[in-house]
Design a protein around this ligand. Structure first.
Ligand SMILES: Nc1ncnc2c1ncn2[C@@H]1O[C@H](COP(=O)(O)OP(=O)(O)O)[C@@H](O)[C@H]1O
Ligand SMILES: O=P(O)(O)OC[C@H](O)CO
Length: 494
């Protein structure tokens, strides 16, 4: 009998990836393609949605060739995606009416202020689990409707569709042009009622968004429709936002289990079981996934700039040639680093939620060199994670015994050791750090009957555990400086 496979797509902020996973849950081939980041104005970030689709399709073709398999042996397709990023397209032509507005984009801060003035903050928190912030899709949709000529009229006539990236891919990949999303992605729009699992009429009306343009919302492990490849029907059987998919891929199936992903941003999620738990410490309540007729929730701490700060060292300041080099240059600073970098390039996310904060560098002296700056930038990922972990432990009231990590920057040993040191918690890096795409593969594989949850739970191989190795006194002294720097970077722009 010929082998069977799952095709899984990870449409991230900086690249589109496709992987082939075999029956044993091993990745046998990966293809990845970067695409353009568009910065039309300060604090604006856009992607070309058509380029996203093209890069995704191109990696699908390449990965099948690389794995040397045939479409007929692929039994399911899973999709995971950068969340919140907003696409509005014309139902008839299939063309986006504006670039995708990316989750990092801050242009809608004023729309958020209006919502607050209308007294909707409490309602939004209770209904959607989110804080009012330009991060989420809702205000981005309104911006497109108000700023693209004729868009409002077309939307009211029912000619436009909205989707996060999963919906955009699903609509384009499915043979019947399915317009749907899953619970985890819907819960990032700031329009979705996470308790009653439906779009919220009050918020839609405040943002003047016609309900007809919104996708249908389904479980994450679900048969959404068929992708036709080389004449073969492949069920699109799993969809989840990338951070929730990573939580699933790290097998955090039980209440209290958590992971932290170091990608463009940094996202700490804890499974809180089948009931939403609300944070008192600046974290978000979000849907983790819907599976087997149940919906699971998570507490989330979202940091906007993590690996993106390393990209800034590479592409903006041009003081490193690759992200990996940040480790080597940081190792050259063996004394205590007096420099602190707060990479609030897109404001501050959890737990501070300050859309007006901006990046800052503290502690410069005449002998500060580029290595100090590189190390401080790398350390900022660990400090921001500590902010999140403190908030999460205060909410959860259970100490985390170890932190499971993944994402591009988790490959950096110096960062992971500093993370353990500053947290005073062990940091566990799995052998397979492609947990995000594995989450999508697992959701699809479970839907088509290839695996059960219990098969997946057994696969938890650790590559390396980083153990704390600094004194309590040093830890406290360093973190105090960080908190001082954070205070000074808040509320910078008007
Ligand atoms: N060795 C490294 N050290 C520090 N940062 C790294 C390293 N390798 C990758 N990164 C950072 O990780 C990010 C890419 O991780 P990835 O998980 O692919 O992100 P995304 O899904 O957001 O596109 C980039 O921002 C990059 O700067
Ligand atoms: O594409 P990533 O991995 O940076 O993830 C982005 C997040 O989904 C934004 O909420």
């Amino acid at each position: 009998m010929s082998k069977i496979y799952i095709l899984a797509l990870d449409q991230g902020t900086t690249s589109s990836r496709s992987v082939i996973v075999d029956e044993k849950g091993e990745i046998i081939a990966i293809e990845q393609q970067e695409f353009k980041q568009i910065f039309p104005e300060t604090s604006w970030v856009e992607h070309n949605a058509s380029e996203i689709l093209e890069t995704q399709l191109s990696t699908i073709k390449k990965v099948i060739k690389k794995a040397n398999i045939q479409a007929k042996n692929i039994v399911g397709l899973g999709i995971t995606n950068q969340r919140e990023t907003t696409v509005v397209w014309n139902k008839t032509t299939g063309k986006p009416i504006y670039n995708a507005i990316v989750w990092q984009d801050k242009r809608t801060a004023n729309i958020c202020e209006d919502l607050k003035k209308k007294g909707l903050e409490k309602h939004i928190k209770k209904t959607t689990g989110l804080v009012v912030d330009a991060y989420f899709s809702g205000t981005k949709i309104l911006w497109i409707l108000e700023n693209v000529q004729g868009a409002k009229e077309e939307a009211n006539k029912g000619n436009l569709l909205f989707g996060t990236i999963d919906s955009w891919l699903l609509w384009n990949l499915s043979d019947k042009k399915i317009h749907a999303t899953d619970y985890s992605n819907a819960s990032r729009t700031m329009l979705f009622d996470i308790n009653n699992l439906c779009w919220d009429a009050t918020i839609l009306s405040a943002l003047k968004i016609p309900k007809e343009m919104l996708p249908e919302v389904k479980p994450s492990s679900f048969n959404f429709g068929d992708f036709i490849l080389d004449g073969c029907k492949i069920p699109i059987a799993g969809i989840a936002g990338d951070q929730q998919a990573a939580l699933f891929g790290q097998t955090c199936f039980k209440k209290g289990e958590a992971k932290n992903t170091y990608g463009t941003g940094c996202f700490l999620l804890m499974n809180t079981g089948t009931k939403p738990q609300y944070s008192k410490n600046g974290l978000l309540t979000t849907i983790a996934w819907g599976i087997n007729n149940k919906v699971y929730y998570a507490l989330e701490g979202s940091v906007f700039v993590a690996g993106a700060a390393i990209q800034w060292l590479r592409d903006g300041l041009e003081i490193i040639k690759s992200a990996e080099e940040s480790e080597f240059f940081s190792q050259q600073v063996d004394e205590e680093n007096p420099v602190i970098v707060v990479p609030a390039f897109a404001g501050l996310g959890a737990p501070y939620w300050d859309m007006y904060a901006r990046g800052a560098i503290f502690g410069l002296t005449r002998d500060t060199g580029k290595n100090h700056l590189i190390k401080a930038t790398l350390q900022s990922l660990a400090y921001q994670t500590k902010d999140l972990l403190i908030a999460m432990q205060n909410d959860a009231e259970t100490p985390l015994t170890a932190l499971k990590v993944d994402g591009g920057a988790s490959a950096n040993n110096l960062l992971m050791q500093f993370q353990a040191d500053i947290l005073n918690t062990a940091v566990d890096r799995p052998k397979n750090t492609e947990t995000t795409v594995m989450g999508a593969a697992y959701l699809a594989g479970i839907c088509v009957g290839l695996w059960q949850l219990s098969d997946i739970e057994t696969d938890k191989k650790i590559d390396k555990e980083f153990v704390p190795n600094i004194t309590e006194e040093k830890r406290n002294r360093l973190y105090k400086k960080w908190l001082k720097a954070i205070e000074r970077s808040k509320n910078w722009i008007d």
